[in-house]
Write a protein that binds this ligand. Structure first.
Ligand SMILES: NC(=O)c1ccc[n+]([C@@H]2O[C@H](COP(=O)([O-])OP(=O)(O)OC[C@H]3O[C@@H](n4cnc5c(N)ncnc54)[C@H](O)[C@@H]3O)[C@@H](O)[C@H]2O)c1
Length: 318
């Protein structure tokens, strides 16, 4: 049994990860500020649904406040940090870049400092496929250059990776940065396109499709991501950056058709121009994840979407 601090534990990926780690017998400590980037009530509902009745400590605090989170490090014995808390989402980062800089960079620095000062042995952090920007070479490989982020969100995620490397170099902190590719599933993020499409379909509203639908995403099912995170927490590498994706990008049009089939409705579509900050395609090379983490995504898009829609209908009581 390990004592694992999960930041962003009320979030989509954090909450699923906490649930699984608890089932495996670990002691979980959560830091999450329950901010209102999306519905706070939904975050609370998610925590209740996934973690209710199980032993976990939840600190409702902001990790950009060093002295506040230091109290947790003084009180709790922590073996590992699983840093999943962040400001996510490309579009809002263009509107409010300052909060992304504060949370994703300063917040990460706070946690790294505390990891150093309290001799935490291992730090896993959530990075993103967005660091690849408009990478022309596919699939995206961890050795590709990532010097041209096209949104503040992507820039802060890359900056976070560099800070993590720095703390490994200076203080021998064992670290892994995991680059997630478009994660979806039950209790997902309501600000993400697939979730908004499902809401719009249910309410017979129009869905907005950017770049006239000419986009491809390497959608990765939540359970596969959680397996990858847990493998990284188990392996405790010195320093690695690893893609976690499905390695099977799908066209947005195909994705929408599958969603329509599962929802039993046809969407009213509004085709729009490309949004600033968005990339046309994401595609993960997962050879490194296979080799180092035995990572093997098990859920194809058809099964994953069915699971998401089944949950969605149940949640909406349709
Ligand atoms: N979902 C995806 O497709 C995806 C893709 C790539 C990377 N990621 C990364 O994975 C991680 C988890 O993403 P998610 O989809 O679960 O997002 P999420 O927004 O559901 O979860 C993030 C959580 O962090 C919390 N948080 C934010 N700022 C905080 C602060 N200052 N102090 C304490 N808590 C704070 C939020 O309240 C939220 O519950 C993030 O780092 C995100 O950038 C996600």
């Amino acid at each position: 049994m390990k004592n694992i601090l999960i930041t962003g534990g009320a979030g989509f990926i954090g909450c699923h990860t906490a649930k699984k780690l608890m089932e495996l017998g670990n002691n979980i400590i959560i830091i999450d500020d329950f901010n209102d980037y999306y519905d706070v009530g939904f975050k609370r509902e998610r925590v209740k649904a996934l973690l209710n009745g199980k032993e976990s400590k939840i600190y409702e605090i902001d990790f950009t406040d060093y002295s506040e989170i230091e109290k947790v490090f003084k009180k709790e014995k922590i073996d590992q940090i699983c840093h999943l808390g962040a400001r996510a989402g490309v579009r809002y980062s263009i509107i409010n870049p300052f909060i992304y800089e504060k949370v994703n960079i300063l917040g990460t620095l706070n946690l790294l400092e505390l990891a150093k000062n309290y001799e935490i042995r291992h730090f896993v952090a959530a990075s993103s496929s967005s660091v690849y920007g408009n990478n022309k070479k596919i699939p995206f490989n961890e050795n590709d250059e990532v010097n041209e982020p096209i949104s503040p969100y992507a820039a802060t995620k890359r900056a976070m990776e560099l800070l993590v490397y720095n703390y490994h170099h200076l203080y021998n902190l064992k670290t892994t940065c995991l680059r997630f590719f478009t994660v979806y599933g039950p209790w997902g993020r309501p600000d993400m396109a697939y979730f908004k499409f499902a809401e719009a379909l249910m309410n017979n509203e129009e869905i907005e499709i950017f770049n006239k639908g000419e986009m491809r995403r390497d959608f990765t099912y939540i359970d596969d991501i959680v397996e990858g995170i847990i493998a990284a927490l188990t392996k405790e590498f010195e320093f690695e950056i690893i893609n976690l994706g499905n390695n099977k990008p799908v066209d947005l049009d195909y994705f929408i058709k599958s969603l329509e089939k599962n929802m039993g409705k046809i969407a009213k579509k509004n085709y729009l121009e490309m949004q600033p900050g968005d990339v046309k395609e994401t595609y993960a090379d997962i050879e490194k994840a296979k080799r180092l983490l035995n990572f093997e995504p098990k859920t194809n898009i058809e099964d994953g979407l069915k699971k998401f829609v089944d949950w969605f209908k149940d949640w909406k009581k349709v």
